[in-house]
Design a protein around this ligand. Structure first.
Ligand SMILES: Cc1cc2nc3c(=O)[nH]c(=O)nc-3n(C[C@H](O)[C@H](O)[C@H](O)COP(=O)(O)OP(=O)(O)OC[C@H]3O[C@@H](n4cnc5c(N)ncnc54)[C@H](O)[C@@H]3O)c2cc1C
Length: 285
């Protein structure tokens, strides 16, 4: 257990939310495995190869989609291109997810992503809820029973007031003002692969809030079901970077990758030692 004083951020990697049953779901609605295998890798390969080939995209795609080009060869080129940051090549394929039972706390974070992603969300104006559901954070579930009861009483009170307001003829769009952040909601999200890798980099990071981190664990799982190859690119951003750039991890409490300050310190020490020995450190190996 880690000690924490008032006003101080919690230390240590936040507990992996993957084990808790949060009642939220992410389901890949489109595409299925057959479509991904038949078209997605060939499509991305075609985009990459068109840049370096005299052949037309039509010819490249026909060869790729009919098995004339080995999957391993296509995957190698795609991996190299992604690693080099040539991101437009992976904007040609999209994934559509049904996301349900997430809190409004989560959805507010999710819809902050703007590039390469489209959302449609259940309306609190047009839906008048008979029984709106809420999310109970694990820390509160496991807290002192008295404080948990106080929380539940507040949530229950808000929901019950919503019902009273609606019964009194207040429109749902106004009654919803009493809903807490804990209220559950549903969305459809369509995202291209480039944006999905970027979003996963941020949201699978241990600095991300637990609920959205859990959502992206589920999303990664869904992509793995249709393509372990494409799924392998969904990782905390420090994995492809090779270092952590989160300022809140300067103390190195998350050990997945060293913090960039440590990497630069090590580099500076090596460069100093090399200069003392009368040589410059080569910038590439
Ligand atoms: C751990 C964590 C903590 C956070 N805390 C807060 C917080 O306290 N308060 C808060 O308000 N937000 C917070 N955020 C949200 C964050 O600031 C971003 O709004 C969110 O992560 C969306 O990411 P993005 O900006 O990369 O956008 P995306 O829309 O996913 O964009 C992808 C990329 O496209 C480019 N891009 C997109 N739009 C533009 C544009 N208009 N101009 C130029 N380039 C563009 C950028 O390179 C961007 O990185 C937090 C996010 C994380 C992961």
């Amino acid at each position: 257990m880690t000690l924490q004083t008032a006003g101080e951020a919690p230390k240590g990697i936040p507990r992996n939310p993957g084990r808790a049953e949060l009642g939220l779901k992410a389901t890949l609605l489109f595409p299925n495995r057959e479509i991904v295998e038949q078209y997605y890798v060939p499509l991305i390969y075609t985009a990459c190869r068109t840049c370096y080939s005299e052949l037309t995209p039509e010819d490249i795609f026909t060869r790729a989609a009919t098995g004339e080009i080995e999957t391993a060869k296509m995957q190698r080129l795609i991996s190299n291109v992604i690693e080099s940051g040539h991101g437009s090549t992976i904007e040609h394929v999209v994934f559509t997810f049904g996301i349900s039972g997430v809190s409004r706390t989560l959805s507010h974070q999710l819809v902050r992503h703007r590039a390469g992603v489209a959302f449609d969300q259940q309306s609190q104006r047009y839906v008048t809820f008979k029984k709106a559901a809420t999310m109970l954070p694990q820390t509160i579930a496991e807290a002192d029973p008295a404080i948990r009861a106080e929380y539940e009483e507040q949530i229950h009170g808000a929901m019950s007031l919503y019902g009273d307001l609606v019964s009194a003829g207040i429109p749902g769009e106004d009654a919803r003002f009493v809903f807490p952040n804990a209220t559950r909601t549903n969305l459809v999200m369509t995202v291209n692969l480039r944006a999905l890798i970027h979003m996963s980099g941020l949201r699978l990071c241990t600095m991300a809030q637990w609920e959205i981190r859990r959502l992206f664990q589920l999303i990664r799982h869904e992509i793995f079901q249709v393509s372990p190859f494409l799924g392998s690119f969904l990782a905390p951003k420090c994995v492809p970077l090779g270092y952590c750039d989160e300022m809140n991890n300067r103390d190195g409490h998350c050990p997945i990758r060293p913090h960039k300050d440590k990497v630069l310190e090590a580099w500076a020490e090596k460069a100093k030692a090399a200069r003392a020995a009368g040589r410059e450190l080569p910038v590439s190996s």
